[in-house]
Design a protein around this ligand. Structure first.
Ligand code: ZN
Length: 295
């Protein structure tokens, strides 16, 4: 009896090996049963640019997207799923990163896509920084850290639904007095980057919502002045700063072109203008791109 039991055990083990081998051999075939087509736009991105990852197919809803190890949510966009990945303004030119799309199946984590993204050299404006006494005083305002916290908390929301449609519009028409990415230097050292686009316009001009969304923030802050931040859904936000007056309030739905305020020079500002910022998951990106590219 002990002999036949040992024999039985051996047979069970052999059967288990055969099943395991069969699964290993069949997994490429199973992969074919879970087709996904993946399109990545922006493989040659500039700092402040956006990498768009579109996943289509049966596994799209369960796919995960990563850029340089950080995970970005894939949100529904019509029949496909899409992740918008921001490239930081201070990303090293000529560096490269990797976009990967994974799918967790019964047989473990499977890489559906892995491809490089090369960061190009931006032609950012450079200006020598001059700090006036008034500005230094504003930066020291005790309300500054609270404002920063409030704004970053608002920008961290990720509503499932896409609110924006088509191209974004400029909040006012006028001369761009400071482009996105402008590098502020002192003694050859980069102190900061301009994280939005400044548009000069006369005081009192109506400031428009750059696209559809819900007003996430409408208030006064020491550096930003009168500010409106709009939640466009799926981690995308726009902000307009330095206004003389607000024409909306938190929680209101706005349509592209609706008045949200008036041009002014409140907060840290040297003349009437609108500072327009765009954010993805809290990372500032170049607003100019959003007026030319449909994301
Ligand atoms: Zn600005």
């Amino acid at each position: 009896m002990p002999n036949s039991r040992r024999h039985f055990k051996f047979e069970v083990r052999l059967a288990a090996y055969i099943v395991a081998l069969a699964i290993a051999a069949a997994s490429p075939l199973l992969a074919l049963l879970e087709p996904a087509s993946i399109v990545v736009c922006g493989q040659a991105a500039l700092p402040g640019g956006v990498i768009k990852v579109v996943v289509d197919g049966r596994v799209a809803a369960k796919a995960r997207c990563y850029f340089n190890g950080r995970r970005y949510r894939l949100f529904p966009a019509g029949k496909v799923y899409r992740a918008l990945v921001p490239v930081e303004v201070d990303a090293q030119p000529w560096s490269s990163g990797t976009v990967t799309v994974h799918y967790k199946s019964l047989f473990g984590d499977k890489v559906l896509y892995s491809g490089p993204v090369r960061v190009g050299e931006p032609d950012f404006d450079v200006i020598k920084l001059k700090i006036s006494r008034r500005k230094t005083k504003l930066y020291r305002d005790p309300a500054v850290p609270d404002a920063r916290k409030l704004i970053s908390r608002a920008l961290s929301k990720r509503d499932q639904e896409q609110q924006w449609r088509g191209l974004f519009i400029m909040p006012v028409s006028g001369r761009i007095s400071a482009p996105f990415g402008q590098r502020r230097v002192r003694r050859n050292k980069t102190l900061s980057y301009h994280l939005g686009m400044d548009i000069a316009a006369s005081s009192g001009t109506v400031v428009a919502a750059v696209n559809d969304g819900v007003v996430a923030v409408a208030g006064y802050f020491p550096l930003q002045g009168n500010a409106v931040i709009i939640n466009h859904g799926q981690g995308v936000f726009s902000a307009c700063y330095h206004m003389s007056a607000l024409a909306t309030r938190e929680g209101l739905s706005v349509k592209k072109g609706d008045a949200v305020g008036k041009v002014g020079s409140t907060g840290i500002s040297t003349g009437p203008h609108v500072h327009w910022s765009m954010f993805i998951h809290g990372v500032p990106v170049n607003p100019a791109d959003w007026t030319r590219i449909v994301y």
